[in-house]
Design a protein. Structure first.
Length: 691
């Protein structure tokens, strides 16, 4: 029997955490209060795989993790504790490896993989040459690659599937319908939505994996009053005055003309007279459109997205919208099959151009406020209003995942919270950074780091402080190569990289820097922890299904992978949860765990309150407050001073007896009670009605 969906806990399986090790965590996760163990890809991957996304056999559970027997044992243990399993599935690609029989057999390769007969290249996963695109749109290929996943669902071993990168598929909607027809009743998609974009309503899914919430909750705690100060700081130090949109467009065009030149050439062979293809691919404002040429289906959202693509030639726009008579430029000379293939491949090509151009390039160049540089985010959007946050919550599917940290986020939720807190002290931050540029000048070598790189370093330090030299060096190497300004992955400038690393590590022992930095870092940490606890409380109480990334129930100051995949100290977490369970008062170290455990326990005890009801309690721009059903009241101060909270009355039916879920006390709320009587000095409240 499927466990009721309440909250998930993501585990990154590997050599240090196989199925047997995960089984040992089941009692702890049950006590923490999650309903589902959310596993990273678990099918047979390339030998030595550290993440499981390089699958070589989707019909076999990974031997390195413990095989199908180990997975079933884990599921049995989870079920015995009232929990279920959600499994990450990779339909878009497999490893192009001799150990992969589908790849090594020429006949199977032709059937299973999307290989170009002219160039001999396969369609890639983004820019990774040894991850080849699978022709999952073929019914036989779908059946062969999904037989195991659907059998595990049918037999109750797995309760739901998380689908990796559906935007890479030829027909995502068709694929998702086949999953549902195959018995997968609960599916989540790793769909990256633009802040103004909605999940397609006809997709038979429970929701996305939650990046939109991560970006909204971060933007909520970004004070728009700080924008002018931080923009001026960024521009004056780096000389960069263009908005983020301009840098993103430039980076996307770079990717279209270099990294993805083979994909562009494949499109051009289909339509030799196609005009402005690179500019068109780079100008789409969303990851992709979902026109279905075989059915002649075009949604208004597709028309809107293509209309906003300023660099898209009219001929290409008409072609993708299936307006054949208006396309011109040789389009009418193509047969129907070629036209359909062009539309499909155009739509498959825009996602990697967007992802590599924005997430893996522009996010490392535009360093005004790194809290906003997150997967699915818009660094040009400097904060959102409380009303906008409420509106997004009200639209969200009840089982949509809610995340703050994942294996793919650029920074953990706690690092992001610290960087959001910089907007509460913009003048102090700007003054400190300017002074650091002066006192640290002796550490620079031959123009390294550049001003943008130096500003990135300072934000990284306050966000992840304290941080070891090795972690800092590893992060900076990746950041420099992703930015592709002074170095890159293909032809790295090792001399420049070494100079930047030496500068950053030198800061750790540089007295003139540390004299002022330590005080600023302490202030940022203090403000950031308040933000992090507030964001955690919101994640656990707004509509949707909260996810806890492994280890994130305690403070987790992690950077982009592989930093966020470091081993977790499970013993420390078990001991901390046991102490709280025995009545110990939360400490600084266990403050976040206390919020997580208390809120998850509330969700377990009062499921009816979280099954859909969401009533906003008006509180201006200072406080987010809402009722879940008629039994749960949550409120969080958005700004540190929350000056307007005292004058906002709770609704009349909020009168009665309530228990403070985080503090344990019970008290009466009279008619006319205000939020000032609910919010404590820490700016957070979670109440449940008594009786």
């Amino acid at each position: 029997m499927t466990a009721p969906f309440r909250a998930t806990y993501r585990l990154q399986l590997g050599t240090d955490l196989d199925f047997a090790a995960a089984r040992a965590l089941v009692p702890y996760l049950a006590e923490l209060g999650v309903s589902h163990v959310y596993l990273s890809p678990s099918f047979q991957a390339r030998e030595g795989s550290t993440h499981g996304y390089d699958v070589i056999d989707p019909g076999h559970v990974s031997d390195a993790l413990g095989g199908e027997e180990g997975l079933r044992a884990l599921a049995d243990d989870a079920h015995a504790h009232g929990m279920g399993i959600i499994l990450d599935v990779v339909p878009n690609h497999m490893a192009a490896d001799d150990a992969n029989r589908y790849w090594s057999d020429p006949a199977l390769r032709e059937q299973f993989f999307d290989v170009d007969p002219v160039s001999g290249r396969h369609r890639r996963f983004f820019d990774i040459d040894d991850l080849a695109g699978v022709r999952v749109e073929d019914p036989e290929v779908f059946a062969a690659t999904h037989a195991l996943a659907l059998r595990l669902v049918a037999e109750g071993v797995v309760d739901g599937l998380r689908i990796d990168h559906p935007d890479g598929l030829a027909d995502p909607a068709q694929y998702l319908r086949r999953l549902r027809d195959g018995g997968a009743a609960h599916v989540w998609v790793e769909k990256i939505l633009d802040p103004a974009e909605e999940l397609r309503p006809d997709w038979p899914v429970d929701g996305t994996v939650g990046y939109e919430f991560a970006n909204d909750v971060a933007a909520l705690f970004v004070d728009p009053a700080a924008e002018a100060t931080l923009t001026e700081l960024y521009a004056s130090l780096t000389g960069e005055t263009r908005p983020f949109e301009a840098l993103a467009a430039e980076a996307k065009l770079e990717q279209a003309t270099t990294t993805f030149a083979p994909e562009v050439e494949r499109l051009r062979r289909l339509w030799p007279q196609v005009p402005g293809l690179e500019e068109g691919l780079a100008s789409l404002p969303v990851y992709r459109t979902y026109v279905e040429p075989a059915e002649g289906r075009v949604e208004q959202a597709d028309r809107d997205a293509l209309a906003q693509a300023d660099g898209l030639p009219d001929a290409v726009r008409h072609a993708v919208l299936l307006e054949d008579d208006a396309a011109g430029a040789g389009w009418s000379d193509l047969d129907e099959a070629t036209r359909r293939e062009f539309v499909v491949r155009f739509q498959q090509t825009t996602p990697p151009v967007m992802a590599k151009g924005v997430e893996d390039t522009a996010f490392y160049r535009y360093v005004r406020l790194l809290a906003l540089n997150e997967v699915g985010g818009d660094p040009g959007r400097f904060g959102i209003t409380v009303d906008a946050f409420h509106a997004a919550n009200a639209r969200r599917p009840v089982h949509n995942l809610l995340v703050s940290s994942t294996h793919d986020t650029k920074r953990s939720g706690d690092v992001r919270a610290r960087l959001c807190a910089l907007t509460a002290m913009p003048g102090e931050w700007a003054g400190a950074v300017r002074s650091w540029f002066e006192v640290n000048a002796p550490l620079r070598t031959a123009g390294a780091p550049t001003p943008a790189e130096e500003l990135l370093i300072y934000q990284t330090l306050v966000g992840a402080w304290p941080i070891e030299a090795e972690r800092l060096e590893d992060y900076l190497e990746k950041a420099l190569r992703e930015a592709k300004v002074t170095s890159n992955w293909i032809d790295p400038d090792l001399e420049h990289e070494a100079a930047v690393k030496a500068f950053a590590v030198g800061l750790l022992d540089h007295g003139p820097f540390r004299y002022g930095f330590d005080a600023v870092a302490a202030r940022v940490a203090e403000l950031g922890e308040r933000v992090a606890l507030a964001q955690t409380l919101l994640k656990l109480t707004v509509p949707g299904m909260p996810d806890v990334y492994q280890g994130d129930e305690l403070w987790a100051l992690s950077l982009v992978d592989p930093d966020n995949r470091r081993p977790v100290d499970w013993d420390a977490r078990r001991a901390a949860l046991a102490a709280l369970g025995d009545g110990a008062r939360p400490t600084h170290e266990t403050a976040k765990l206390h919020v997580v455990a208390a809120a998850l326990d509330l969700r377990r005890r009062r499921p009816e309150a979280f099954d859909g009801g969401y009533r906003v309690v008006p509180a201006g721009d200072d406080v987010v407050a809402f009722l879940r059903g008629d039994a749960v009241l949550a409120a969080v101060a958005v700004r540190d001073d929350a000056t307007g909270a005292g004058g906002w009355e709770l609704p009349p039916d909020a009168a009665g007896r309530w228990r403070d879920v985080l503090g344990g006390e019970e008290y009466e709320l009279p008619d006319g009670a205000t939020l000032a009587g609910v919010l404590g000095p820490d700016g957070r409240a979670l109440l449940e009605r008594v009786g």
